[in-house]
Write a protein that binds this ligand. Structure first.
Ligand code: UDP
Ligand code: MG
Length: 317
């Protein structure tokens, strides 16, 4: 199989059929074999019935029905598990992404990129509670992860099969696929794509996701920068806190011994003790992190590097 299109759907009964027709219309002219893997994420409407009917007449359609609603990230992960393509394209099931963009994404992959992300430059969503938060989020994520993209929220993406297989997705991390792939060494590019208003059904998300995105960002940043050296981040925090506490303690001791002042009731004393304690906690947390990191890598024989190419055979004497 050359190409897999992976689509998570949740309550999209009116959208799946037109979308699959559009995908067929966009991909047939390419003359390459492809499959469409639709993951029904525990829909409560007729989505699965529609998919089952479509499956009768569409030989390239695979339908994975999850037992309950696991969320978009898990649905994507399921789709990636069942996708067998050398190239995988991800897209939403609400027909907001435009399948006619797929050939351009594939062309961009051919240029040597491992992951090409869509950028909805004409995004058709309300400004105040959708586009504005996402503008801020994109800036923040680009700045923190150093993977500079205009649109982290766009599901439409094309990636090499090996990148897709190595993505470990948890929680709601599908928004961070570019950053996670980059951590494993992928070359990431972006391309302007079309975006259309939602015609049927309703969006599954609201403004409440903002805080969750910030928390996820913290996790992703930590994993990218410190997963193999957690003691560096905790150690720096620990030394700063402990060091400051120590300096305050020295000052208080000086006051006590040289000026014979009573320091027993001073808030500064409490602060010094607190900072020293927190410092120790951070340091030990860093050491625990180091041990966890070793367990994580060694238990799955996971290397701390990723090889892109290897030239030359091993020569035996
Ligand atoms: N989706 C899903 N499981 C969920 C929520 C959403 O599979 O629990 C799917 C949904 O059917 C759609 C895609 O994820 O195909 C994106 O969802 P939505 O269009 O609601 O997000 P938005 O475009 O509003 O960010
Ligand atoms: Mg949508």
């Amino acid at each position: 199989m050359e190409l897999s299109i992976v689509i998570p759907v949740y309550n999209e009964e009116e959208n799946v059929e037109p979308l699959i027709q559009e995908i067929n219309a966009a991909l047939r002219p390419l003359g390459k074999p492809y499959e469409i893997v639709v993951v029904d994420d525990g829909s409560r409407d007729a989505t699965f019935a529609v998919l089952a009917r479509l499956h009768q007449r569409e030989p390239c359609l695979r339908v994975v029905r999850l037992k309950r609603n696991f969320g978009q990230t898990a649905a994507i992960a399921a789709g990636l598990t069942y996708a067998g393509g050398d190239v995988v394209v991800l897209m939403d099931g609400d027909a907001q992404n435009d399948p006619t963009d797929i050939p351009a994404l594939l062309a961009e992959l051919k240029k040597g990129n491992d992951l090409v992300c869509g950028w909805r430059s004409n995004r058709r969503d309300p400004f105040l509670h959708r586009r504005l938060p996402s503008l801020i989020a994109n800036r923040l994520i680009s700045w923190t992860t150093q993977v500079k993209l205009h649109d982290y929220g766009c599901t439409l993406k094309a990636m090499r099969g090996d990148v897709a297989k190595n993505l470990k997705l948890y929680g709601e991390m599908h928004r961070f696929i570019p950053a996670i792939a980059y951590e494993r060494g992928a070359r990431v590019a972006e391309l302007k794509v079309n975006h259309r208003p939602r015609l049927h059904g309703s969006s599954k998300y609201g403004i409440a996701r903002t805080l969750r995105v910030v928390l996820d960002l913290l996790t992703v940043k930590f994993l990218i920068s410190y997963s193999t050296r957690p003691s560096h981040v905790f150690g720096i925090l620990g030394f700063s806190s402990g060091g400051l506490g120590f300096l305050i303690a020295v000052y208080l001791t000086f006051q006590k011994l040289v000026y014979q002042e009573s320091i027993g009731g001073r808030p500064l004393l409490l602060l010094a003790i607190l900072l020293i304690f927190i410092g120790f906690q951070f340091l030990t947390m860093g050491l625990l992190g180091e041990m966890l990191s070793r367990t994580y890598h060694e238990s799955q024989d996971k290397a701390v590097f990723v090889v892109r190419e290897l030239l030359g055979e091993r020569k035996c004497a």
